[in-house]
Ligand binder design. Structure first.
Ligand code: HAM
Length: 424
C-alpha cells in the first residue's frame, strides 16, 4: 500500500510555511487593529449546530458535511464553517452580558466534502471574524474594511468588492414571491438544479453558474428593490460608510451567498480572474442566527476568507516568492576542541534569541563552509585553532563575504546588532 493524503487535502510542507506564517500573522495583526479578539472552538460540533445554523436546504448541510455518530451515539460534524460555532459559544458563555459588540476572530480548518479543484479542498483553512450584538451598518463597513485591509497589506491586486442586501424576515418573503413568479414563467428554460432551487431555495436561483441560465438570472427582480424601510436605510448606511472609508463597492443584485443565515448585508471579494467561483472572502449579516441556535436575539456580521486562496493570490502578486526559513548563524568548527566550544557557544546564542545551525558528524572545514553557504544562514561563525587561541571567532557575512574577528564574549551583542534581533 502506498499511503497518500486523503483526496482534497494537502500537506503544508516547510517551503510553504512562510506563506502561511505571513498570512496568519498579518491576519492576527489586522484583527488586533480593529479590536477583534481570538476565539478557538472545537474541531467538531453537535450536528444540529450546523443544521439549524447554516440551514437544511444548503449545499453544505445537504451534501458536504463530514458527519458521523461517535461511540456515545451522538451525531457529530467536523467544523463545516466558522460562524455557527462562534455564535454557539457566544450564547453558551453568556457573552451578551459583555459590552457589545463582542468582536471575535478565528483561524482554523474547515471540512467540506466538495469536488476538489484548484483552490477548492475538502479540508481548507479560514480566517474569519464575527462581530455580535450591534446593528449599525458602520460595523458592516468596518468588517469589510478589515478584510480589504488584510488583502491590501498582503499586496493582492485587481480585487473587486461585491455587495448586496437580501433584506430580512419582514421584507424578504415578498421579494421571494416576486422572484418565484418571475421564474415560474421560465421554468422550462432553466437547468434541473434551478427547478429544485425554485422549490427549495429560490434565492440561490440567482447564483446559478450554468451558462444558459445566465440571461434569465440577469433579468430577475432585484432584492434591493423590495427592501422594507429599515433594511433600505441599513443598506444606504452601509454604502455611505464604505464611501467614507474610500472603499469602492459594486452593488451586485445576484450576490446571495450559500448559507441560509444571512440577512441584509451580503458581500464577497473576488480576484481579478475567476469571479464568484474563486471568491477569496465572503460574509454578511446574520441577525436571526443566535435565536435560531436558542440564544437571545443578537445581530451579527462577519466574514470568512480561505487562507489557501489568499496564498494563491499572493503568489500571483509576488512571483519572486518568499525565502524558506533559515538560521541566523551557521557554526563552522575546525580542529581540536573547536567543536565543543561551538556547542557551548550555540547554547548561549540560542538563549539570546539567535537561530543557530551547524553540521553534524566529522566534516572538513571546506565541507562545513559549503553547508553554511547552502543553508541560507546570514552568517557563518568560524571557530578554528587561531580563533580558539585568541578567544575570538570569525564572523563571515555569507551575503557579501565580509569577515570580522569578534571576541567570544562580545558575540551576542554583535550578532544582535547585525541581525537587529531583540533579546527575548
Ligand atoms: P463561505 O463563503 O462558505 O462562508 O466560505 C468563506 C471562504 O472560505 C470562501 O470565500 C473561500 O475563500 C473559502 N472556502 C470555502 N470553501 C472552500 C474550499 N472548499 N476550499 C478552499 N477554500 C474554501 C462561510 O463559511 C461563512 N462562515 C463566512 C461568514 C462568516 N459569514 C459571516 N461570518
Amino acid at each position: 500500500m502506498k499511503a497518500q493524503a486523503p483526496r482534497g487535502t494537502q500537506d503544508i510542507l516547510p517551503a510553504e510555511q512562510p506563506y502561511w506564517d505571513l498570512v496568519r500573522q498579518t491576519a492576527a495583526e489586522v484583527a488586533r487593529q480593529y479590536g477583534f479578539q481570538r476565539i478557538d472552538t472545537p474541531m467538531f460540533e453537535n450536528t444540529r449546530v450546523f443544521e439549524r445554523g447554516v440551514g437544511q436546504g444548503t449545499d453544505i448541510v445537504e451534501k458536504e458535511m463530514y458527519t458521523f455518530e461517535d461511540k456515545g451515539g451522538d451525531s457529530i460534524t467536523l467544523r463545516a464553517e466558522g460562524t455557527a460555532p462562534v455564535v454557539r459559544a457566544y450564547i453558551e458563555h453568556g457573552m451578551h452580558k459583555l459590552p457589545q459588540p463582542v468582536k471575535l476572530y478565528y483561524i482554523c480548518p474547515i471540512f467540506r466534502f466538495e469536488r476538489p479543484q484548484k483552490g477548492r479542498y475538502r479540508q481548507h483553512h479560514q480566517f474569519g471574524v464575527e462581530a455580535l450584538g450591534e446593528m449599525d451598518p458602520a460595523l458592516d463597513a468596518e468588517v469589510i474594511e478589515l478584510l480589504w485591509t488584510l488583502y491590501a497589506r498582503l499586496g493582492l491586486q485587481g480585487l473587486s468588492l461585491q455587495i448586496n442586501s437580501i433584506g430580512d424576515g419582514k421584507c424578504r418573503p415578498r421579494y421571494l414571491e416576486e422572484l418565484r413568479s418571475y421564474y415560474r414563467a421560465h421554468l422550462d428554460e432553466v437547468c434541473d438544479d434551478d427547478r429544485v432551487r425554485f422549490q427549495k431555495n429560490p434565492l440561490r436561483l440567482l447564483d446559478c453558474k450554468v451558462p444558459s441560465c445566465q440571461a434569465i438570472a440577469n433579468r430577475a427582480p432585484h432584492s434591493a428593490d423590495f427592501l422594507c424601510d429599515e433594511c433600505a436605510a441599513h443598506f444606504a448606511g452601509l454604502r455611505r460608510s464604505l464611501d467614507l472609508r474610500g472603499l469602492k463597492a459594486e452593488v451586485n443584485f445576484r450576490l446571495v451567498r450559500g448559507l441560509d443565515y444571512y440577512t441584509r448585508t451580503v458581500f464577497e471579494i473576488w480576484p481579478a480572474h475567476g469571479g464568484a467561483q474563486s471568491t477569496i472572502g465572503g460574509g454578511g449579516r446574520y441577525d436571526g442566527l443566535a435565536e435560531e441556535l436558542g440564544g437571545p436575539p443578537t445581530p451579527g456580521i462577519g466574514f470568512g476568507t480561505g487562507i489557501e486562496r489568499i496564498i494563491l493570490n499572493y503568489k500571483e502578486a509576488h512571483p519572486e516568492g518568499l525565502p524558506p526559513p533559515a538560521a541566523d548563524v551557521f557554526m563552522v568548527a575546525a580542529g581540536d576542541g573547536a567543536r565543543d566550544r561551538a556547542t557551548e557557544l550555540s547554547v548561549g546564542l540560542r538563549q539570546s534569541g539567535i537561530a543557530v545551525a551547524g553540521a553534524y558528524g566529522e566534516r572538513s572545514f571546506g565541507a562545513q563552509m559549503k553547508a553554511a553557504g547552502g543553508s541560507g544562514a546570514r552568517f557563518a561563525l568560524i571557530l578554528g585553532q587561531d580563533e580558539l587561541a585568541s578567544g575570538q571567532a570569525s564572523l563571515k557575512d555569507l551575503a557579501n563575504g565580509e569577515q570580522v574577528l569578534v571576541p567570544m564574549d562580545r558575540l551576542v551583542p554583535e550578532l544582535q546588532a547585525r541581525l537587529a534581533v531583540r533579546a527575548p
